[in-house]
Write a protein that binds this ligand. Structure first.
Ligand code: FEO
Length: 434
């Protein structure tokens, strides 16, 4: 079905071919993509997105901050031309090199060849991969910058903040000192397209803001917290992200929201000081379930460890993802059916990409009839998610005997021991010893 919105909103601020002044000498020169419904394959958007780029004019030239996706380059250049000449552009700041913000960069460099690029210290290799400079041509004119570095436009100063992994290694933010504008890249952005452009004018986008955080920033919570330490002390009038509304009305609300979303407040509130092991299982005939119960019993012998046992068949994935995020270890049990772990197990594992699993422990177990590949497959996936797998997976053929259930209890004790020893030092993954 054709998306709606053939008519621009009656109170449209973003109009074709016109830059929008958001602060004195600061213009939005981005592009609207109202028909987009899926971004980067994984993200949905109910009314499209925007690719926000900005221009800052000083007494000593013009800076362009980020560009737009290649297909929207014409809109971007038309908006630039409405407020500046290309020969005035001295500075191009790239806060993030993903193609939705650098698609128009090669053409911008062709039109403004005198401009120098400013990128984060981690962006150099990506920039070269993006532009593929020819060895027989002049070298790329770029400078790497970090927190506190500044570049002057005469009466305007751009100050850089090193904010890596939000959500790529290369990301940075840029602060316009004299106007209190933070050009934040994807941080504080969302996929939400509204020609009214400003947060106090456009529709209610709170769901899109949280959704974007959950899918893009959540895996990098510790980096978000590091970035907030740099951002929170800044005098701020406007946050200007690369997607979605420009946050000029009470911009600090969005910083507060990021802090809330990045803090495991629920864990803090219930005062759980214990280490935590979550055991999930799927079971076709009850054998993997019995293994899970025995593993749980073994692990529970460890004091100071809270052990939880859940049948994946009886729960929704999202609350389980939240549980795993605040747990120290995850044990996952699956029977082997047709040479594979069962689908709910893969669904759970594939949902874990949105949280930071680095350093968490993983373990796998399951009953099988013929070949029993599921256990090793789950372990491999756990390692792929940067979990450590300190105890070799446990498989039982068909129905567990009393001896095998005792093995399960010992397996639970071994996982519990690895969790507690993790407090003292590095846990060795048995795969490293092979
Ligand atoms: Fe909007 Fe990470 O690019």
């Amino acid at each position: 079905m054709m998306p709606l919105r053939a008519e621009p909103a009656a109170r449209a601020i973003a109009k074709p071919g016109e830059a929008v002044e958001i602060a004195p000498g600061v213009h939005w020169i981005g592009a609207l993509d109202p028909t987009l419904r899926t971004f980067d394959i994984i993200l949905r958007t109910a009314n499209g997105t925007t690719y926000n780029a900005y221009m800052v004019r000083g007494t000593d030239g013009v800076a362009v901050i980020d560009t737009v996706k290649a297909e929207f380059a014409d809109d971007f250049f038309a908006r630039i031309e409405s407020v500046a000449r290309y020969d005035e552009i001295r500075i191009i700041v790239l806060n993030h090199l993903e193609p939705d913000h650098t698609g128009a960069l090669p053409e911008l460099m062709r039109r403004a060849p005198q401009a120098k690029l400013y990128i984060s210290t981690r962006a150099t290799a990506m920039l070269k991969a993006l532009l593929k400079p020819k060895e027989d041509k002049a070298p790329l004119a770029f400078e790497t910058v970090g927190t506190g570095d500044e570049v002057s436009l005469g009466d305007r100063t751009l100050r850089f903040l090193h904010t890596p992994f939000l959500h790529w290694p290369d990301t940075q933010c840029t602060y316009l000192v004299e106007e209190g504008v933070l050009f934040s890249g994807d941080v504080f952005g969302c996929h939400y397209c509204d020609t009214r452009l400003l947060n106090d004018r456009c529709g209610d986008f709170r769901f899109a803001f949280d959704y974007y955080y959950a899918h893009i920033m959540r895996p990098f919570k510790t980096h978000v917290m590091d970035a907030l330490k740099l951002i929170e002390p800044l005098p701020l009038k406007i946050i200007a992200p690369t997607h979605g509304p420009i946050l000029r009305d009470r911009p600090r609300r969005y910083i507060t929201r990021y802090r809330e979303l990045s803090t495991s407040s629920f864990t803090d509130q219930i005062g759980n000081e214990e280490r935590s092991l979550i055991i999930f299982y799927m079971s076709a005939y009850g054998s993997t379930a019995r293994m899970a119960e025995a593993i749980c019993a073994g692990a529970e012998e460890q004091s100071g460890l809270r052990v939880s046992l859940y049948d994946l068949e009886g729960g929704e994935t999202q609350p389980f993802v939240d549980l795993i995020e605040s747990a120290d270890a995850l044990a996952l049990g699956s029977p082997t059916i047709n040479g594979d772990a069962v689908k709910p197990v893969w669904d759970l594992l594939s949902s874990l990409a949105v949280i930071d699993l680095k350093g968490k422990l993983g373990a796998s177990f399951g009953s099988y009839g013929w070949t029993g590949e599921a256990v090793r497959m789950i372990e491999d996936r756990m390692r792929g998610l940067k979990m450590r797998v300190p105890v070799a997976g446990l498989r039982v053929k068909l129905i567990p005997t009393d001896e095998e259930l005792e093995e399960c209890r010992a397996f639970g004790r071994a996982i519990a021991g690895a969790i507690s020893s993790g407090e003292k030092g590095r846990v060795i993954d048995f795969a490293e010893l092979g």
